[in-house]
Ligand binder design. Sequence first.
Ligand SMILES: Nc1ncnc2c1ncn2[C@@H]1O[C@H](COP(=O)(O)OP(=O)(O)OP(=O)(O)O)[C@@H](O)[C@H]1O
Length: 303
Amino acid sequence: MIEVASLTKRYGRRTAVERLSFTVQAGQVCALLGPNGAGKTSTMRVLVGLSTPSEGRVSVLGEPVGLGVAVLGRVGVLIDGPAFVPHLSGLANLRLLWSATRRAWPPPALDEALELAGLGTALQEKVKRYSMGMKQRLMLAQALMRAPDLLVLDEPANGLDPAEVRALRGYLARFAERGAAVLISSHQLAEVQQVATHAVVMDRGRLVAAGQLGTLLGAADTLRFEADPLDRAVAVLRAVPGVTAVTARGGYAEVTAPGVPSSDLVHALVTAGVRVGAVHRAGRSLEDAFLAMTITGEADAAR
Ligand SMILES: Nc1ncnc2c1ncn2[C@@H]1O[C@H](COP(=O)(O)OP(=O)(O)OP(=O)(O)O)[C@@H](O)[C@H]1O
């Protein structure tokens, strides 16, 4: 659905994106993450034909992207707003934006888009009276009303209240379940963690990590044992083949052991006379993983 191959984007002498490659497949909600200035918006702008690559190739829905190519009609985009006409109503603005497609009004998914936007009678009011959140919801409506096969959303939750964010999350999950794909950038990592299936992490224009969220978070491979005595548990676990790391943390022994069944670890502990109270899967938060991967994390660690 999205293919980015060795994309470089320069603005004059500044390199915003450097040899970036990643893919997003049908059915995925992919979070594009990175600290401020990492190059997320620059990448998204190239993906939707708003700017041209300095080097590399980008295609969406199997077609190369260029300014005004037809395939972009199947992509719902929310990047830097569209510029709404302030003295027109919300609905009139949507009609105006739709007219660029030269297709008959109404767009195929207008009702669903308006329901999610939840603007009600305010749709008839002039956009200049809209709050920031209302404008954001109108922007979302324009991205969704065309029943796209792919959504590219730059910080879509900006200005939304928690209930609206939750509704958006539900929408995106249903959208991907239908076989569409979503690329979403966000600074709200806890929020994104609830909806993303995959993530691409960038820092200073370069790819830091990409893959399934679970893999990036290491959730599948890390276990936490409540064990007594703890120091003995740590020593025993360190000796089990396949264990790559053991730390004592908050009264638990935290073990990273890719592919080792938890029953083997419990068996090793019990045989060595360690009492095992409970075993938990230890998922890192996306925030922890993100900070560990990016310059923001390096700065934090240095503090
Ligand atoms: N039009 C432009 N002209 C010159 N430099 C630009 C332009 N757009 C972006 N940049 C620079 O490119 C780099 C990447 O910016 P970009 O907006 O893509 O990052 P971002 O990851 O989206 O950041 P943020 O999370 O703050 O939105 C930054 O150093 C930025 O200053």
